[in-house]
Every structure is written in C-alpha cells, then in structure tokens.
Design a protein around this ligand. Sequence first.
Ligand code: SDX
Length: 429
Amino acid sequence: MSKPAVLKLDDKEFEFPTIEGVEDEKAVDFRTLRSVSGYVSFDEGYGNTGSCQSEITFIDGEIGILRYRGIPIEQLAEKSDFLESSYMILYGDLPNQTQLDAFRASIRDNTPVSPLMGAALKGFPSDSPPMGMLGAMLSALSCYSPELATNDRAKDLENFDQAASTAIAQTATAAALAYRVTKGLEGNQPDPSLSFHDNFLHMMFSEPGKAYEAIPEVSRALDLMLLLHADHEQNCSTSTVRMVASGGANLFASVAAGVGALWGPAHGGANMAVIKMLEEIKASGDDGSKFIEEAKSGKRLMGFGHRVYKNFDPRAKIIGQACDNLLNKLDIDDPCLDIARHLEQAALADDYFISRNLYPNVDFYSGIVLRALGIPADMFTVMFAIGRMPGWVANWREIAMHPKMKINRPRQIYQGPALRDYVPLESRT
Ligand code: SDX
C-alpha cells in the first residue's frame, strides 16, 4: 500500500489515500476531496482521471500492452476466436467446452431478430447512415424484449445471459439488415448451420439463388477483426455505456448510447476516415509524401495517434500483418495499402510524429481489411460496434454488479454570467 497523498490548499494540508492496481497503476483516491476541501479536481477530457476500478481489460500505453482478463491480445489473436474471447470478457475466464458450446448455441439461437425490427428498418430511407439505424435498433431491443430491459437491476442481472447473447448476436443481424435496406435489398434469414462470422457475411451478401460462399481466409480475417475490437478499457464509448448504466438503465439502452459515442471520427469513425483519407490521397496523385507535410500543419493523419497508446497500438501490428496476408491470399492489389505503408514509414521517421508519440492505431489498417472483405466504407464503424459489443456488455455488467454502484455525476467549474436579474422583453434592445 503506497503512502497517502498530501495536498496543500489555502495553507491547509489534506491527506488522501492512494489506490494501486494489479499492474502497479497508481491513483490518488479523491472521493472525499470536495467534502474536506471545498475543491473539485479539474481534468477536461479525463486523461488523468480513473472513473472506475475494472477487472476486464488492461492497457499499458507506454509499452503497447493490451490484455483481455490478463491474456495478451497477441495470444488471443493467434489461438482464440471472437466468441471464445467474448465469453471470457463477459464472465472472466476462458470457457470449458461445455460453457463454450452453450454460449455458441445461445448466440446462434438469439441471432434472428423480431420481424418487427425488420419492418422498422424498412421504414428508414435507403440513404440512412447504418450507424444511425444500428443505434435505433439496439435501443428498440428494449421494446422487442422488454423482459430483458426492466431497469430493475436484480431482474436485469437475473436475465443477463439472455440479454448479453441477444445484444451480441442481434447487433450483427441488425447491422446486416441495415446494410440490405441501404442497398434496397430484402434481408437474409440467419443460417444456424454457419459460424457467427460466416452467418454475418451470409446475411450481408447472400442473394436469392446464390448463397454467400465462405472463403476461409476472409472468415478468419473477419473473426480476427472482431476479436481485436472486443474491448479496450475506458474508451469514449465504453465510458458512455458505464455512464448510462450507472443510472440503472438496462443493457440495451446503455449499449445504444455506446453506438452514438463510437460514431464520431475521433473514435470509431476513424476507420471510415482513414479510407476516405487514403482515397483522397490516391485521387490527388500523391504517394502520401505531400499529405504527411499537411498532417504536420493542421490536417489529421487519420488512424494515427491515441489518447493512451504512446507507442504502437498492438492491434495495429496484428491487423497490419493480417492485411498483408489477406490481400496476398485474395490476390488483391490495393493502391491504398501502398499509400498506407508509405504514410506509416514516413510518419515513423518524422520528428513531428515521433515527438508527439503518434503511431498507427487499430483503425489505420482495419479499413483496408474490411474493404478487402467486401464491406462498404459506411459499414466500417458498424463493424467496430459488432466487435466492441462484448466489451460494452461486460462493462454494463460490472457496473450492475457493483455492490455500491453510484450514479456517475461529474462536477464542473462555472464560467458563465454572474448573478443578474430578468430583463422584460420591452426593455431589451
Ligand atoms: C480509437 O480510447 C480508445 O481506446 C479508442 C480506441 C478503442 O479501441 O476504443 O482505441 C479506438 O478511437 C482509436 C483512435 C482513432 N482516431 C483516429 O485515428 C483519429 C486521428 N487521431 C487523433 O484525432 C488523435 O490522435 C486522438 C483523438 C486519437 C488522440 O488525441 P489526443 O491524445 O487528445 O492528442 P491531441 O489531440 O491532444 O494531440 C496532441 C498533439 C497535437 O499537436 P500539438 O497541439 O501538440 O502541436 O498531436 C497532434 C495534435 O495536433 N496530433 C495529430 C494527430 N493526433 C494528434 N497530428 C496529426 N495527425 C494525428 N492523427
């Protein structure tokens, strides 16, 4: 146990206990700060603030470590698959054969969505953004399965297994249906004989009389992509899920909020922004050299930089390798990959990026892989959401099971107008 922290304020000294994590992370426990000192801490963007103590995922941004429940992402990428890792993220340990079979069966059985959801999706315009449709449908799960979304914490925890399988499975089904709506196509019924990732590709791409034919390299690449996105500590969207859950809201309402948070280009929207950036560079005839200079004076090199990783994002290394393997196997010559490689090499040798610890993150190559899988760019962030769902669900459960769960309610420092009186309309200029 490290020594207490001493804070000197207005000639008074205040002692605060410290907290140490399993991996020697340290925190000052400020939970009494305002009551004993009248001060609040200020940390805009929360870059120096721990919002919770969690047992799910560990990241060390300085040396590029990512572990789900203690197991390194490199081992999981090589030896596990999305559903097995999802089980571990949800329940804490790798499943035995019985548990894994039961979990896979539960995902399979919960893959079909309510026919009402299919009808609701058809009510959206064909040019609707798939992320908007997905967020609406995840929230609507509380309408199609109200027994899993009572906002009675004990009941919602009692039904957690079913709710978790429903959220993980039906995010993929709703995503495929949303895609079909944007293409003006009828939806495909799930095929229970297929694996999770092959069923998704079937629901996306099968046509009447021409079922989607799984290609092993494509199936493995998709499963790997989902596994690598499955959780990532207290990122913007996961923190949003916890914020909503802390008020006692059900799982579906909480993960629907996570979709909204993930949508932005600084977060889950970056994979789409990377492809858009690469396409613009290609169209301009630049090999990336000109863009690198622009990225040093205002433009953002999308897919580079990270709030936590000040070294390589370990997922970027794994996805970068999978990208090479997949494009070679499929004999795809994607000029955007050449430009991405050029940007990476140039940035990693440039002091602007080095001095700011800007390295490729998970989004830098994921768009190229997704495009090679035949996934359209406006579905890239949806793919991120399908992958991240187990992490969001596990974080909801961690909040719901917290013995002293408190609603998250940050403070602020007010900088608006000082006290003043109401001015009648006739007296205003
Ligand atoms: C994800 O949190 C997570 O875990 C997220 C995620 C997950 O799995 O959930 O890992 C997924 O969101 C990955 C990040 C995807 N976003 C992008 O790739 C968008 C491009 N990256 C940036 O917008 C940025 O790097 C952030 C938002 C990711 C991180 O920003 P920070 O840490 O707040 O850094 P900053 O904005 O304070 O910038 C510090 C400096 C600035 O320059 P100076 O003011 O010091 O001169 O670095 C510069 C920035 O201008 N900078 C960049 C840059 N990112 C930061 N310059 C050029 N290109 C970039 N990408």
